[in-house]
Design a protein. Structure first.
Length: 283
């Protein structure tokens, strides 16, 4: 059997209905390195990419409209997988911030890490949004931060007053000149002018988790933690969507990591009279 050419050399415009259906069937049989079937969401990502390639071929007149419509008529794969990620516990946040604050080797770096983690925990912003944030866009008086998120969409997030104290402590160490909000700190303690890289956020969290002796979590878990916590205290999901910068409420709901115990406690708050209550009312 001849090996397939690389994707950029395939004649995608020659695909027809039977070919794309075979591709869909093959994707459903793909497995991860651990031997598990690809999740429905991951298969559907590939199907979306396939439709995009077909659409590109149609726009460049490499396919007829009928051939494109038939080939692109690929139904998404249905199914469900348990949610990934987790919410970070309050005790874990306490330990991590304590580890940052007791960094005797580089106190400035410790304050920066604490401010970064506190901001992400209290606002639910993405790691890319955090490292791209500008000092000039943070209003300490109003405790707001203007950021640019996915799709080049600008929004304003509101910072918890306690998180603002960590940010203000970090701002006190920054030069007066404008620039990125979060910057690398040299081993000597000098704050550099450039912005942190997104990968640096992962490294910071991993190191601080090890120092605090808590289970490692990802920057996106802080995002899940914010949404779960906001909803747990009675926050409106539409407002959580606005703060998180999601395109739809359904996406925001997918970040909820509250346990079933919270659901049970909430159900218990609903009103329903017992038999004894009904008898008492009738008496």
């Amino acid at each position: 059997m001849r090996p397939l050419p690389p994707p950029e050399r395939l004649a995608w415009w020659r695909l027809r209905f039977e070919h794309t259906q075979a591709i869909r069937a093959a994707l459903r049989e793909e497995t991860t390195p651990k031997g598990e079937r690809w999740s429905p969401a991951y298969v559907n990502q590939h199907l979306v990419a396939l439709r995009c390639v077909l659409r590109f071929s149609r726009r460049h007149q490499l396919m007829t409209a009928d051939d494109f419509e038939a080939a692109a008529d690929v139904a998404p794969v249905r199914g469900h997988r348990e949610q990934t990620g987790r919410a970070v516990g309050e005790d874990e946040i306490d330990k991590i911030l304590r580890a940052c604050l007791t960094d005797d080797d580089n106190p400035a770096r410790g304050i920066r890490d604490a401010a970064l983690i506190a901001l992400m925990h209290a606002t639910g912003i993405r790691r890319e949004e955090a490292v791209q944030a500008l000092r000039a866009h943070y209003d300490a008086a109003l405790r707001t931060l203007r950021i640019v998120g996915k799709g080049n969409k600008e929004r304003t997030v509101y910072v918890h007053r306690r998180a603002a104290e960590w940010i203000n402590a970090w701002l006190a160490l920054l030069p007066a000149k404008p620039g990125p909000l979060f910057r690398p700190v040299h081993w000597s303690g000098n704050v550099q002018a450039r912005a942190l890289k997104p990968s640096s956020v992962n490294y910071i969290i991993t190191v601080r988790c090890a120092e605090a002796r808590v289970a490692v979590f990802t920057p996106h878990d802080l995002r899940r933690t914010f949404i779960s916590g906001y909803l747990a205290v009675g926050g409106d999901i539409v407002l959580a969507q606005r703060q998180a910068g999601h395109a739809s409420v359904a996406t925001t709901a997918g970040y909820d990591r509250r346990s079933d115990a919270v659901l049970q406690e909430t159900v218990e708050l609903l009103y329903l009279p017992t038999p004894a209550d009904v008898h008492a009312l009738a008496a």
